[in-house]
Design a protein around this ligand. Structure first.
Ligand code: LLP
Length: 424
């Protein structure tokens, strides 16, 4: 048990991903660059799959954490399903070969076009977030002459004890249907001709390092399942969402085995199929962002290590004050520790990857690794300051593969048009 392990280790003072020195990859592909470990992805998927072996289950990888087609293909080949939150994510999941029958679709603002696309593709179920959305799905399913399978996303009003921006299961959050009125909403769903009720869903937040809120929410859902049964509504799929945390610094989040162990007695004698929607735990510690030191300057009370990756490449530190461990790719002898901010080239004071860090001195031209960047790294990147987005590489053993090209300046302006009257 313990935390999920990964394959990023120092060998002879050089940080390696599996068997490949990261410095080599940085030279070949340039920086900034996201690098992923295939073996880590497989290990994390199996950690979930093996833990829940005792009960029928489906692991739906939450695409929002990472949508690279190569990574999705890794999971598809392992038999994973997908949790999607937009038509675009659904498109990507299908393209990677994930069976529509293993795809669940959440999100408070599904459009008519997205709903029709998902119905026609025959997804496993919509995780519905409001009664108006239910009515809309019913209307569109009617037009398609099909039945739409649904679960209601219930907001269990449980504090996941995590960052407020990534809490989703509190009364004040926009997500799901209130726990108190869930039964009524199910009855409403049952009255709709083109809706087929098959499940119940919750997702209370992300980077959760405590099992208690998970268990509370799970118990609340089981209670609803029992109440619904009394009303003649039977639930086949119980979708507990994602949210388990990973180790960024010194957190000790529960391992999937622990979650599975806690659930076991509660699932016995129930013929519910359990769905999990892990995102961060699957990919977070399977990816790093490698960046090059451009300049060092001495500030008033700290050094500034200016690197070639910024908040546009990795938004989490700027957005949530999130901690990502930062370390030199090559450990050098006789280097003192320095007190520094590791900052990007973007014109904002919020553009930092690490603040007030005590780290071994690094020099101009050397590479540093921003750890645990595989989840919500590339997917939240942008072109702010007209910076082309980084390349992505997948390593398997001693082999490495470019899985996304670095964007070019041409990519930046692709799709932009100048009206005729401005020309000439
Ligand atoms: N299912 C649903 C319905 C979700 O909304 C999410 C994440 C997940 C599953 C996956 O949760 P995970 O296992 O990754 O915790 N950008 C933020 C995280 C936002 C999470 C949003 N929902 C971050 O960088 O920390």
């Amino acid at each position: 048990m313990g935390v999920l392990l990964h394959f990023f280790t120092y060998k002879k003072n050089i940080l390696h991903v599996e068997d490949v020195p990261i410095s080599e990859l940085a030279e070949i592909y340039g920086t900034p660059i996201y690098i992923y470990s295939y073996k880590t992805l497989i290990r994390h998927y199996k950690a979930y799959d093996d833990s829940f072996k005792y009960h029928p289950h489906l692991i739906c990888f939450a695409l929002k954490a990472n949508t690279n087609r190569a990574l999705l293909t890794v999971f598809a080949k392992e038999g994973a399903g997908a949790d999607v939150v937009s038509g675009g994510e659904l498109y990507r999941a299908l393209m990677a070969g994930i069976s529509p029958k293993k795809i669940v679709y959440a999100g408070v603002g599904k459009t008519a076009v997205e709903i029709e696309y998902a119905i026609r593709q025959g997804i496993l179920m919509f995780n519905v977030e409001s009664e108006q959305e239910l009515a809309e799905i019913d209307r569109i399913a009617g037009i398609c002459n099909m039945k739409a399978p649904i679960a209601l996303r219930v907001n269990p009003d449980i504090d996941p004890m995590t960052h407020p921006y990534i809490s989703t299961g509190l009364k004040k959050n926009k997500f799901g249907i209130p726990y108190e009125t869930a039964i009524e909403s199910y009855k409403f769903a049952a009255s709709l001709k083109n809706i087929e009720i098959i499940g119940i869903h919750k997702h209370i937040g992300s980077q959760i390092v405590n099992l208690a809120p998970f268990m509370d929410a799970f118990n609340r859902l089981l209670h609803l399942v029992d109440m619904l049964k009394e009303d003649g509504i039977s639930i086949k799929y119980l979708d507990i969402g994602g949210g388990l945390g990973i180790q960024y610094l010194d957190e000790i989040p529960p391992h999937p085995t622990e979650l599975a162990k806690e659930f076991k007695p509660l699932l016995q004698d129930r013929d519910l199929i359990i769905i999990l929607e892990p995102g961060r735990t699957m990919v977070g510690n399977a990816g790093v962002l490698i960046t090059k030191v451009l300049y060092i300057k001495n500030g008033y009370d700290r050094d500034f290590i200016i690197v070639d990756a910024g908040m546009n490449d990795l938004a989490r530190p700027a957005m949530y004050g999130a901690y990502h461990h930062i370390m030199p790719v090559a450990k050098k002898k006789n280097r003192q520790e320095v007190f520094a901010d590791i900052v990007g080239p973007i014109c904002e004071s919020g553009d930092f990857l690490g603040k007030e860090r005590q780290i071994p001195e690094v020099k101009q031209g050397e590479f540093v690794a921003v750890m645990s960047a595989g989840a919500y790294g590339y997917t939240m990147s942008s072109n702010y300051n007209s910076r082309p987005r980084p390349a992505e590489v997948l390593v398997n053993g001693s082999e490495h593969f470019l899985i996304r090209q670095r964007e070019t300046y041409e990519d930046l302006v692709k799709g932009e048009m100048v009206p005729e009257f401005l020309k000439g």
